[in-house]
Design a binder for this molecule. Structure first.
Ligand code: NAD
Length: 321
């Protein structure tokens, strides 16, 4: 039989934290209806099935569905032994334009998340979309508050998330080694944009793990082209439509090719890849990719369609793309 692209039951360590995650993780933002309304039970079933299939890593945030995603995920996690999953949630972002990274708010936020999720510690706590606030506040106030929670045993690892890649070296240069265990980058390592690879060597050297989120570029690399709020420009959206048509003519689907691309990363570069899951059906599709054999010439053809818009970015927070 052909070699597996990924063994879902293998585990990789987040920095040197003793936290071991599956190489493919379950992105739970769809459980908050971020990509359209879903049936709650479908979401719960998908979580339980994911664990059965070997996935142990779940990422969520109080922001997704304005606490709904955490609540739905919590209903599923309550049915599982605590050691069977690794949970990552976030602090600081609570609405589209509502951010509060103060020590007091993030400390309370962790307690609220633990209640919704039904757990008494969080494995990975991340500062959510830090480009929207002054980065120096993250350094002087938020991270020290999270370190205090780590000392108290309420969180096991600390991360930062956001879209502009500049935020990661900025924070890492200004903090003691071991403060930030992991960075979560999204839409920066997919068929259209692979700029995250520019940071792989430095992050590895710093001993910081990488979570690559949104390998389907938040739905852009699916036949629907993603949600109405998708921030890509018109040319990038047109390239994605052309890529979907190119795949359809060859009887494959674009998400399969996009996932194959993302899952080919070296484990020393990307610790785990997080794809958004809304149902057992979507889960099974992505699990199937993990045991597929990528078609090199097809991948080349699809990538070429994105060449005119390669590495184009959008503005996020205080950073101009
Ligand atoms: P994604 O690129 O994973 O795309 C998700 C969309 O694609 C959903 O609509 C999903 O139902 C659909 N989909 C998934 N697999 C599919 C398949 N095989 N075929 C067709 N459609 C498929 O985007 P995402 O959900 O934004 O990213 C994954 C996760 O990463 C999120 O759920 C979240 O947990 C995390 N994330 C975090 C941040 C942050 O912290 N700032 C940002 C983005 C994503």
């Amino acid at each position: 039989s052909p070699p597996l692209l990924l063994d879902l039951r293998s585990r990789r360590q987040i920095a040197n934290t003793g936290i071991f995650v599956s190489p493919l993780g379950f992105g739970a933002s769809p459980l908050g209806n971020e990509f359209g309304d879903i049936n709650e039970q479908d979401g719960i079933d998908a979580v339980l099935e994911a664990v059965k299939q070997g996935i142990n890593f779940f990422d969520v945030s109080p922001y997704y569905g304005r606490t709904r995603a955490e609540t739905v995920l919590g209903k599923a996690l309550r049915q599982l032994p605590r050691e069977s999953f690794v949970i990552s949630t976030k602090v600081g972002r609570y609405d589209k334009q509502s951010f509060d990274f103060s020590a007091q708010r993030v400390t309370r936020s962790v307690e609220e998340s633990m209640q919704r999720l039904g757990v008494d510690y969080i494995d990975i706590i991340q500062c959510h979309d830090i480009e929207f606030v002054e980065l120096d506040m993250i350094i002087t106030e938020t991270l020290p508050a999270l370190l205090a929670l780590k000392k108290a045993g309420k969180v096991r690892a600390i991360g930062i998330t956001g879209y502009p890649l500049e935020i990661f070296p900025y924070i890492l240069a200004a903090t003691e080694p071991g403060t930030v265990d992991v960075v979560l980058s999204y839409c920066n390592y997919c068929l259209q944009n692979d700029r995250l690879s520019l940071l792989f060597a430095a992050l590895r050297k710093a001993g910081v793990s990488v979570i690559n989120a949104s390998p389907l570029c938040m739905g852009l690399l699916t036949p629907s082209g993603g949600p109405d709020w998708h921030p890509a420009d018109v040319e990038t959206k047109a390239a994605a439509r052309a890529a979907a048509a190119f795949c359809e003519e060859r009887d494959v689907d674009l998400p399969t090719v996009a996932m194959q691309f993302a899952l080919q990363t070296d484990e020393h570069e990307v610790t785990t890849t997080l794809v958004g899951i809304d149902s057992v059906n979507t889960l099974q599709k992505n699990i199937k990719v993990a045991s597929s054999t990528p078609d090199v010439s097809l991948l080349k053809g699809v990538k070429a369609i994105f060449d005119p818009v390669r590495n184009r970015r959008w503005t996020s927070g205080k950073f101009i793309g």
